[in-house]
Design a protein. Structure first.
Length: 548
């Protein structure tokens, strides 16, 4: 119940759509049940009137039947429209809610998850919750409401018939669904977990296809995928068989209920409490009323899988941020000298910690950091960006870094990371992320300083050229220079560059380094590089020793 309330609480702004979907579902069931009941009564009454030569006004029931048929048809369309709209709105709320909780976790808080696992939870698990309202909440709420209304209406004609109807509706809409839920709990939970593992395994296999081919491990990876697929299909088959059995049980309950109502109603007709046409009406009313209970077993059968998906999302959403915000943040400093003293970078549990060499950069100084891979050069940047927590002391502008709010610290920084990301938009949109108010002249200057002005000018769409998902429509060197141009658009006193000229040819690299030296004049600069040409950016070079 807590899991269900969590998701409904996230989507509480869509309660009108959710309530409207349930209301329309009740209206459709009521129209269908009434249509069957009125039709049965009408046909039986016409037969009695024909036999007894009794006058009968057939205009009103005929009009009611046509009206109910129209209401059922239009209501069914409206119910589908509204419930799907509600489901899609709930998914949109969930994605925003989950992304807002993922953002503070990156990157250190997500290190314990496999590459495809986070994407799988953000996409597939959220998508799986489409059934939470559409196939679980709405059918249960609609069915329960319709059952209550059906019993109340039946009691208005014959209380014994109403009690019989209630018993069989509770069996079909209560006992069977609860049994289905109990039997579906284990395979439903396993199927969700296996689907997540399978997505991660396939994603990792696709991303590492070249390495698998080189190492001759393709068949081993394929065997693991086959095994997970086999287990997933087995659980899905169990759920399908269970769904078929519960559906058959519901149909059986409906047939038995009609037989029981015929017996009790026949006695009522004999006793004079019911007329013959009214018994026919109650029989068809009973048969149609089981539409209310029809969706409840499947709804509760889907609930374990939905709860497993919610738990996977909660595991992400309720994770503690790796870098806590200060209880009382202090104002940002006016200068950006940096000092690392006795610092150790904190990684995710199970991963080794990274002790860092002491480092001091005066305000306005340019420092290049070199050394072999794996000694923690990029960890300096991650700590300064508040992506990773640390032990020891990091001073920025005379203030301990822990006392600065993360957003305030990031306003002081412009950065080109080792693996820059380009969003699936245009060149212009990617650049304006750094400075939404930048004009054409500023964009042109940043591109020129990054060595991209001629390239962009030669593009048919210029700045409006799409870069593709993750920058796939441009080369690696062009993507890195676009990230550099984006960083140059932001006026910040502290500039952090991690391999800013990686992938560039020598001539372009010299041009970019010269422009960077000019643009970074008067700013505090920390550049991490293995390339000798980049050392010209720095007034001082610090080489970190390798780990032993």
């Amino acid at each position: 119940m807590r899991d269900l309330l969590l998701i409904l609480g996230v989507a509480r702004r869509q309660w009108r759509w959710m309530a409207a979907g349930v209301l329309l579902g009740v209206v459709v069931i009521a129209a269908n049940v009434s249509l069957m009941a009125v039709s049965g009564w009408f046909i039986a009454s016409m037969a009695v009137a024909g036999v007894t030569a009794t006058p009968f006004n057939y205009f009103f029931p005929a009009a009611a039947i046509r009206g109910l048929a129209v209401i059922r048809t239009v209501g069914r369309y409206g119910e589908r429209l509204v419930t799907h709209e509600a489901a899609l709105r709930i998914l949109a709320e969930l994605r925003v809610w989950l992304f807002a909780r993922l953002e503070p976790l990156a990157p250190a808080g997500l290190e314990r998850y496999a590459g495809g696992e986070v994407a799988g939870r953000l996409r597939a698990d959220v998508d799986a919750l489409e059934s939470l309202y559409l196939r679980i909440v709405a059918p249960l709420a609609t069915g329960a409401t319709a059952i209550v209304l059906a019993v109340v209406v039946a009691a208005g004609w014959d209380r014994t018939t109403a009690v019989v109807l209630l018993l069989f509706l509770l069996l079909a809409g209560g006992a069977l669904p609860l049994l289905a839920r109990r039997l579906a709990a284990a395979p439903g939970r396993r199927s969700t977990e296996l689907a997540g593992e399978l997505r991660s395994l396939v994603t990792e296999g696709v991303q590492g296809a070249e390495e698998l081919l080189l190492l001759g491990a393709v068949e081993r990876q394929a065997a693991r995928v086959d095994e997970l697929s086999r287990r997933l299909v087995a659980d899905q088959e169990r759920l399908a068989r269970l769904g078929g059995l519960t559906a058959a049980g519901g149909i059986a309950c409906g047939g038995l209920a009609v037989a029981a109502v015929l017996a009790t109603g026949g006695a009522a007709v004999t006793a004079g409490r019911l007329a013959g046409p009214e018994l026919v009406m109650l029989l068809l009313f009973t048969a149609a009323a089981f539409e209310a209970a029809g969706g409840m077993p499947a709804a509760l059968q889907l609930l374990p899988a939905a709860r497993a998906a919610i738990r996977r999302l909660r595991d992400l959403a309720e994770a503690s941020p790796p870098v806590p915000e200060p209880a009382t943040p202090v104002p940002a400093p006016t200068t950006c000298g940096v000092a690392f003293r006795g610092v150790t970078g904190i990684h995710a549990p199970g991963l080794p910690e990274v002790p860092l060499a002491d480092l001091e950069i005066a305000a306005g100084e340019r420092l290049a950091l070199t050394g072999p891979s794996g000694v923690g050069k990029s960890t300096y940047l991650e700590i300064l960006l508040r992506f990773r927590d640390y032990r020891g002391s990091v001073i920025v502008g005379g203030i301990e870094l822990r006392q600065l709010a993360a957003d305030e610290m990031r306003r002081l920084v412009t950065v080109v990371p080792q693996r820059p990301h380009l969003f699936n938009g245009t060149i212009r949109e990617n650049l304006l992320l750094a400075n939404p108010a930048a004009g054409a002249a500023e964009l042109g200057q940043a591109l020129d300083d990054a060595g991209l002005a001629a390239w962009v000018a030669a593009l048919p769409e210029g700045l409006d050229t799409p870069v593709g998902e993750g920058g796939r429509a441009v080369s690696g060197g062009e993507a890195r220079r676009l990230a550099l141009a984006r960083a140059l658009l932001k006026e910040a006193p502290l500039v952090l560059l991690d391999e800013p000229t990686e992938g560039l040819d020598a001539a372009t690299e010299r041009q970019v380094v010269a422009r960077l030296a000019e643009r970074c004049r008067g700013k505090t600069l920390l550049v991490i590089t293995h390339r000798p040409a980049c050392l010209a950016l720095a007034g001082r070079v610090v080489r970190l020793p390798g780990r032993t």
